[in-house]
Design a binder for this molecule. Structure first.
Ligand code: 5AD
Ligand code: SF4
Length: 464
């Protein structure tokens, strides 16, 4: 931003006053990253991002449509936001729910002026101008070449950068709304991704997370995900490289070799399993069997010793029997996940799963019972694993002040959360900690070396 940009004149506002924009984000990291792009688009037009909705000139709610519950929350929030709007505030809804509901959203929420899907964000400031003149607008067109390359994201303050490398999804898992809301898969050019990583490192970030719906199927026409990992991992000053979420079928031998060879790649993979039953996996159109998933786990663990694994699991998919669910429980046991995000199946209009025979619907009380049982199994495994880690030493990156209290929140390379005393280290610092306690999921620790003993990286401490 420079002071030479033209000031934007809004109703009741002096020409020198900068308009404000507030973005509230729901859902996945891709959405969080999209919000940073939206803020970048508005900042380039002279807006000031603010972190409270009260009286902001523009309020955007960046939404998620993955489960019914997520959408209900947004409708509730849209109602609440009425109280925070000034007379001239423009309220817009963006993201997957905007894409899914389109004009219907304008009808259901009359105080909303704009409904814009994931490929339409560069037009947002212009649409806001139109809305000031009274035009309500819906833009849900897909633009398969849209990667917002010329938009400088306005990143949230922090020590790591989330960098989209791929948009959309070409898988067609039968429960999933994402291919409908985010359109076909496309990858950014490797050189553009590397440049963004360089910029993030120059801005002081030492960790990046590459984002894509099936991130390891990345291919820009020339380079595959293996080439991308190697290129990003070679950026001077980058110390930690993560990616999310991969699909089990896209871990080629090349990708595994690149992970093993690239020192910055962290020893953690989030590998969505969805179900441990081949029969259910087939009906979900996941394109792998239980055995193939387990083989993928083995290959990953062979390539990266000490690898931590987390996953996503859905229970209550139509037709899921008790035997199928037992297979899921046993897969959780066999793999020994470090953690899992667990979901009750939520039917999404327009997805193939909603066309399965009604008699296959799993009753809600059965699905809830399975969810409770699954969560308990995941916790049991995780706790047993974590208790064994007490006393061990790890390199952590201090990420931020913890939400409650004044402790510092740090993370190991294998994605464990460690709480440190308020004066133990500085945000952004790498240090070695000993794990002293665990709640079962998170740890407490003490700093034993304020310079980090890195396990795999041999890069100099000072970032370039
Ligand atoms: N119902 C429940 N969970 C779902 N997910 C995706 N679609 C649905 C749905 N219709 C879960 C999957 C995915 C995660 C992001 O959300 O587990 O990996
Ligand atoms: Fe949805 Fe499957 Fe694509 Fe993931 S891979 S976004 S679950 S369709």
């Amino acid at each position: 931003m420079t002071g030479t940009e033209p000031a934007i004149t809004l109703g009741g506002m002096s020409p020198t006053e900068r308009p404000t924009v507030y973005v509230e984000t729901y859902g996945c990291q891709m959405n969080a990253s999209d919000s940073e792009l939206m803020l970048g688009t508005f900042a380039a037009r002279g807006y000031t991002p603010v972190d409270r909705p009260d009286g902001a000139d523009v309020i955007l709610v960046n939404t998620c449509a993955i489960r019914e519950h997520a959408e209900q929350r947004v409708f509730g929030r849209l109602g609440e936001l009425k109280r925070h709007m000034a007379r001239d505030t423009i309220l817009g809804v963006t993201g997957c729910m905007a894409q899914r509901l389109g004009a219907d959203l304008l009808r259901r929420a009359p105080h909303v002026s704009l409904v814009v899907g994931p490929d339409g964000y560069r037009a947002l400031p212009a649409l806001v101008d139109g809305a000031r003149a009274g035009a309500r607008a819906v833009d849900t067109a897909f633009h398969p070449d849209e990667h917002y390359e010329d938009v400088r994201p306005r990143r949230a303050a922090g020590v790591k950068a989330w960098i989209p490398v791929q948009r959309g999804c070409d898988y067609r898992c039968t429960y999933c709304i994402v291919p409908t809301t985010r359109g076909p898969e496309r990858s950014r050019r490797l050189a553009d991704v590397v440049q963004e990583v360089r910029d993030a490192v120059a801005a002081g970030m030492t960790e990046v997370v590459l984002l894509g719906q099936t991130v390891n199927s990345y291919h820009d026409g020339t380079a595959d995900f293996a080439a991308l990992l190697r290129a990003v991992g070679a950026v001077p000053g980058l110390r930690r490289l993560r990616f999310t979420s991969p699909h089990p079928n896209d871990f080629s031998t090349r990708v595994l070799a690149a992970m093993a060879d690239t020192a910055a790649v962290c020893e953690h993979v989030h590998l969505p399993m969805q179900s441990g039953s081949t029969r259910t996996l087939r009906r979900m159109l996941r394109r792998y069997t239980r055995e193939e998933y387990l083989r993928c786990v083995d290959r990953l663990r062979t390539a990266i010793p000490g690898l931590a694994l987390t996953t996503d699991v859905i229970v209550g998919f139509p037709g899921e029997t008790d035997e199928d669910f037992q297979e899921t429980l046993s897969a959780v046991d066999v793999v020994g996940f470090d953690d899992a995000y667990t979901f009750k199946f939520s039917p999404r209009a327009g997805t193939p799963a909603t066309r399965l025979p009604a008699e296959e619907t799993v009753p809600d009380d059965v699905a809830s019972g399975r969810l409770t049982e699954l969560i308990a199994a995941v916790r049991r495994r995780g706790r047993a694993r974590n208790v064994q880690l007490l006393g061990t030493r790890h390199e952590v990156l201090v990420e931020k002040r913890a939400r409650r209290g004044d402790a510092l929140q740090a993370r190991t390379r294998d994605f464990k959360t460690v709480l440190l005393g308020p004066d133990a280290a500085a945000v952004g610092q790498y240090c070695t900690v000993a794990l002293t306690g665990t709640t079962g999921s998170t740890f407490t620790g003490v700093v034993v070396d304020s310079g980090a003993a890195r396990r795999r990286t041999a890069l100099p401490l000072a970032a370039g």
